[in-house]
Design a protein. Structure first.
Lengths: 318, 290, 261
């Protein structure tokens, strides 16, 4: 029997999440793993927007910033528990994506890229300048999520890095499951159809502004949740999270691994998160490498690493 | 009143730089329908190469000339190595390629040069000139004059020379241009050289005022794009007017509203223009063919 | 009143009149062909009727409702479907998925149900898949169902577009050169299919260069030249019309001259 892409992806992801810790030489690696998962969550959102619907966003770090600062400021300014603050951040991101997306998504190509880029930069500018609320460029402390204490009171004591590794891993799995469900659903087909030919999608009845807006809002929620998780596990956040470079990194992760494939994009997030960690002695070359990867992948493997590799394997098999 | 005059003068100076970046965008966009997000890096290269060549002992004019020539060569290399191999790629891929190239150039500049802020002496000294109660630096006049000279030069090139007309023909219809014997690949090379050279010139002119560093390119690219869009993508006089307008708007925002949010002015302009009049002030309306 | 009626329709591109003052109508079960030399404005006319271009003048009425300038997806909701002269296939999707996507109006629903894979979403998908499979059978494409559409031949893709357009269960179907690039056998199949679809009560609008096919199946022919309607009537009348003969011969003579130069 052949496994569907969905089951195979979820199975492989789950196996990787459970099995890799057996090879971790120190607790530090749990932190790196959790970072991979958090980036994976944000990138899965971009799979829906860019991979399925073919719309680019160079401003999704803005939503990560909204999610991160919601979880930081909710407890201090609104006396909300951190867990509710995460949800508030997601709702706020969805609302902002809805309001901004309506006009922005009428744009195409370069204009959409620049408009989203501008949006992201505006968010990071507000976060850095409104220091009375956000703590300004120096950043702000983030409260403890509290879930770890809850687990401990139930008898499951986890060290912070282990907890965050496991928790981010579970959220990533859920995120991947939702995105894979969408792929093979009526909405997912409508998105992929408009990616293939916008005019043909319209003539089969796809309400293009409506479905692109849905994709934009969903991907914003993914980025927001990722931002919240990052802030909560670092217990600290600065406006850099909403910065231009993080938006670009997310897009690069997605297209490097393969924006059209959930597994590919998460794989891309993994590689591009691990590389700088593994090659710290090359830190000076980080931008050079990132730029080079972006150019080379788009010239030689437009579909990304994983889909191109799969095509090669299948081509041989047939 | 002198206050307003001061804002207008500094706005016009910055605006002239944006206009030069926007002209660079326009040249490549007209030749290939590509928006080159690495445009701002040319400005950075122009400034940085001049700084380092001058430090190495070259006289300033020679250092500036070297910077423009080297940057033009880098522009041509960008076209040959990254844009040409991706011909026919979807817009999303081209966006990622030119952004990747801009990050690559920035990363290389950081290695080859350094991470410090640099400047070199102004061409005609630093004594401000009084104008209607405000003052302007002699170097600002150089910047504004440079933008006007480039604009006039481009206008002459595109309307009076055979080569310029060939570039225009290519922008109108690539296939038809090839059929009448225009070497469109050479037109692309020329456009990138010209565009990069103009970017580098902007860097040479403005560095004594604003200083330069390896990472100044991206902000300039965004503002240049905003200016080009404000004027109407693909229109040279649109680029000039859009650049100056954006510069003035930024200076007035900084002066009367908040200097922290002066950079926001560009993005608010982008968004407003995109929604209110997507074809800009001078742009042509396009109909999609099916 | 006719199902589809077009009156005084016109559009300009940069001052050039691409289509000017064209009127005609189509009833259920009719096959109305639009013919004319290259550049006569046939595809432009189709693009206006299907909402891809906004007409500069004139009006379009569908089942009594003024639909001038309505967006394509709203026209689809009202039962107007089309194919394209230059294929507009969803290349990265399988053949089956292309036709399921054609069922979009019947299968669309809550995005939350879709993401959570709820039974309601699965039911909608399944129904669309069954319908799509039936259409693929009908067009002889069932064997290619799971192939990526981008890998198929031109003639196959032409049929796939028709299958996708039929998935909408249209009342009005616009076919832009369905037989272009098809061999004799395929052309005959398309010929039969168009007749069948019309017999089911669909108003078919056809742009086609294969004159034998047009003369054989059309109930009514509209002739365009330089964007204007120069003749209209049943096949026999149109083929005798001297203006039509001149438009075609003139155009052919000009084309021959261009080909030399």
């Amino acid at each position: 029997m052949r496994l569907s892409t969905k089951s195979a992806t979820l199975l492989v992801l789950a196996l990787l999440i459970v099995a890799t810790p057996f090879f971790f030489p120190s607790a530090y690696y749990y932190r790196v793993g959790a970072l991979v998962f958090v980036n994976g969550i944000a990138v899965t959102g971009l799979v829906i927007l860019t991979g399925y619907a073919g719309q680019i966003s160079l401003g999704h770090a803005g939503f990560a910033g909204i999610g991160a600062y919601a979880s930081a400021l909710g407890p201090t300014h609104l006396s909300l528990p951190p867990s509710l603050s995460v949800l508030l951040g997601a709702a706020l991101s969805a609302l902002i994506a809805f309001l901004v997306g309506r006009p922005i998504l009428r744009l195409k190509g370069y204009y959409l890229a620049v408009a989203t880029l501008g949006f992201g930069i505006l968010v990071s500018m507000v976060l850095a300048n409104e220091s009375g609320i956000t703590g300004g460029p120096d950043g702000v402390q983030v409260a403890e999520l509290g879930l770890r204490d809850l687990l401990a009171s139930l008898g499951l004591k986890l060290k912070a890095p282990v907890f965050w590794y496991a928790f981010s891993g579970v959220v990533l799995l859920v995120g991947a499951w939702l995105a894979l469900n969408l792929y093979d659903s009526p909405t997912g087909r409508a998105l992929r159809a408009l990616h293939g030919s916008e005019v043909a999608a319209k003539t089969v009845g796809v309400d293009v502004p409506r479905v692109t807006l849905q994709a934009f809002v969903i991907s914003a929620v993914y980025a927001s949740v990722a931002g919240s998780l990052l802030a909560l596990q670092n217990r600290f956040v600065t406006p850099d999270i909403a910065g231009y470079m993080y938006s670009i990194e997310l897009v690069t992760m997605a297209v490097f691994g393969g924006a059209g494939s959930v597994f590919g994009a998460i794989f891309g997030a993994g590689i591009l998160t691990l590389l700088p960690q593994a090659l710290t002695f090359l830190a000076e070359y980080e931008q050079l490498m990132l730029g080079l990867i972006m150019v080379l992948v788009m010239i030689f493997m437009r579909e990304g690493l994983v889909p191109s590799a799969l095509r090669l394997i299948r081509g041989r098999g047939a | 009143m002198p206050e307003l005059m001061q804002f207008l003068l500094s706005g016009a100076t910055v605006g002239a730089v944006y206009a030069l970046v926007a002209l660079g965008f326009t040249i490549i966009y007209n030749a290939s329908d590509i928006v080159n997000f690495a445009q701002g890096e040319f400005v950075m290269l122009g400034g940085m190469i001049t700084v380092f060549a001058h430090m190495a002992g070259l006289p300033l004019p020679l250092a500036a000339l070297l910077a423009i020539v080297v940057t033009a060569a880098i522009g041509v290399a960008l076209n040959k190595l990254a844009i040409e191999p991706a011909r026919g790629a979807p817009v999303v891929s081209l966006i990622i390629i030119t952004i990747g190239a801009s990050i690559f150039i920035r990363g290389a500049a950081q290695l080859v040069f350094d991470k410090q802020l640099h400047r070199f002496p102004a061409f005609s000294g630093d004594d401000p000139i009084a104008v209607l109660g405000a003052t302007i630096l002699p170097q600002s006049l150089w910047v504004i004059a440079g933008a006007l000279a480039v604009f006039i030069g481009l206008w002459l090139f595109f309307t009076k020379t055979l080569t310029g007309l060939a570039v225009l023909a290519t922008s109108n219809n690539r296939l038809a241009a090839q059929l009448v014997g225009i070497n469109t690949s050479w037109v692309m090379t020329l456009s990138f050289a010209l565009s990069a050279g103009i970017g580098a010139l902007a860097g040479v002119l403005v560095t004594p005022i604003t200083l330069t560093r390896y990472d100044v390119g991206i902000a300039l690219a965004l503002k240049g794009f905003a200016a080009a869009m404000l004027g109407g993508m693909g229109s040279p006089h649109g680029a000039l007017v859009g650049g100056i307008l954006l510069g003035l708007l930024e200076a007035l925002t900084a002066g009367y509203i908040s200097s922290q949010y002066k950079d926001a002015a560009a993005f608010i302009v982008i968004l407003a223009v995109l929604f209110a009049m997507p074809q800009g002030i001078f742009g042509a309306k396009r109909t999609e063919r099916v | 009143m006719s199902l589809l009626s077009v009156s005084g329709l016109g559009i300009e591109f940069g001052g050039v009149r691409a289509v000017h003052d064209v009127s005609f109508s189509a009833d259920p079960g009719e096959i109305v062909s639009v013919i004319g030399p290259n550049g006569a404005g046939k595809t432009t006319l189709f693009n206006m009727i299907s909402g891809v271009y906004l007409p500069g003048s004139g009006s379009i009425t569908l089942a009594g409702e003024d639909v001038t300038g309505m967006s394509p997806h709203r026209l689809a909701e009202r039962g107007l479907s089309r194919t394209f002269q230059n294929l507009q296939i969803f290349q990265q999707m399988t053949v089956l998925e292309n036709v399921i996507a054609g069922h979009h109006l019947h299968e669309r629903g809550s995005v939350f149900a879709d993401m959570l894979h709820l039974p309601s979403s699965r039911r909608r998908s399944k129904a669309a898949e069954v319908g799509a499979m039936a259409l693929l059978e009908r067009l002889g494409l069932a064997r290619a169902a799971l192939q990526e559409a981008g890998s198929l031949s031109y003639g196959t893709l032409k049929r796939l577009e028709i299958a996708r357009a039929l998935a909408l269960k249209p009342k009005v179907l616009l076919l832009d050169e369905p037989a272009a690039g098809c061999n004799a056998v395929e052309t005959e199949e398309i010929d039969r299919l168009i007749a069948e679809v019309a017999a089911e009560g669909v108003a078919v609008l056809l742009v086609e260069h294969d004159m034998k096919l047009v003369m054989r199946i059309s109930s009514h022919i509209v002739v365009l030249d330089h964007g204007e309607k120069i003749a209209e009537g049943d096949p026999a009348a149109v083929s005798r019309d001297p203006r039509v003969v001149e438009a075609y011969l003139g155009a052919h003579a000009k084309e021959a001259a261009h080909a030399d130069g």
